[in-house]
Write a protein that binds this ligand. Sequence first.
Ligand code: SF4
Ligand code: SF4
Length: 412
Amino acid sequence: MQTHLAAQYQDTDEGRQAEAILRKCVHCGFCTATCPTYQLLGDELDGPRGRIYLIKQVLEGEQPTRKTQLHLDRCLTCRNCESTCPSGVQYGHLIDIGRKIVEEQVPRPASEKALRWALKEGLPSPLFSPAMKLGQAVRGLLPDSLKAKVPEARPAGAWPTGQHSRKVLMLGGCVQPAMAPNINAATARVLDACGIQTVIAPEAGCCGAVKFHLNDQAGGLAQMRRNIDAWWPWVEGAQVEAIVMNASGCGVTVKEYGHHLAGDPAYASRAQRISELTRDLSELLPDLVPLLKTRIKPEALQAAGLQAYHPPCTLQHGQQLKGGVEKHLSELGFQVSVAASEAHLCCGSAGTYSVLQPDISKTLRDRKLGHLNQGQPRTIISANIGCITHLQSGTAVPVRHWVEVLDQSVSA
Ligand code: SF4
Ligand code: SF4
């Protein structure tokens, strides 16, 4: 696609980056067919090709409007379009740039501003955990809309105390320890059973995705730098073999620290190293499966029954990790199914999207649950806290992280 950037973007990093991405797009529209918002709304401007065109127009000097902003807001950033695109268009990076420049020119109403501010400051805040505990204590009294955002309290179980020479760092995360503390504990127990010690650096916190994707790029980058500082002593001294992520939404972000901080001479090379060391938990499974095979209890496998797996977009499209979870759980003897149709489509969670675009989000959730529940699974499993909480809000079938199911079968 030919581009003629407006003067104000020509000599900027974001202008150059956007231009390189735009030039790869041949406008074929293959991506449109797999875009969830296009499938629901049927408007070219609510599909990737239309959004790419809108961003191109703004970069060429056209004045964006509230309508431009709305079409960009409606994008789930699921990156399904990147999986489909035959030309390698990095849509995810382009939409980040597009949203930022539109935000600078199109003011939002006060109510929208307030909601977005509350999300970006509230979710990664230390106050989130006590607020979630309070919400869980009075969950039965909450209105349905709020109850859907507050998962039932479940105990985390014991953190393993074993010391091992093999160590991995793990990101504790911001909302996950408060909403589902068992996920981190289960991860540590499963790794411990395989002779690997899990270390959480207490100074590390939110991966930066929440702020970054709510157009507080500076705030998101500051959180990324803080995590790099927290992890660096472990990485520099080669004390850990990987930085493990058990929330694929955080994983995709940390794997892109190198990209986000490429222009910062003080952090660029360390950010790149951190990204290279980062692994989704499922990437460890080929190494863990032989060790776990002797630890799995057959009666626990029987009790687990059928698991319907929902692969998060941040795993299958963002990190391009496809098929690993279901393959390796099956090797361990679990009965795992993947939705026969639309397994590639977003469940509608998409970070803060379920709060900001509740109607589209709920429609996608119910459509996804319809597919997942077809085989009458005992549990729905996934790999990202956002998807897990969102799906759970629409079904009585328990929704868990796959490592929780694995942990139950190892520790039972
Ligand atoms: S599939 Fe790729 S090249 Fe084709 S319109 Fe979409 S982004 Fe552009
Ligand atoms: S990221 Fe997802 S919602 Fe956004 S344009 Fe691409 S496929 Fe559509």
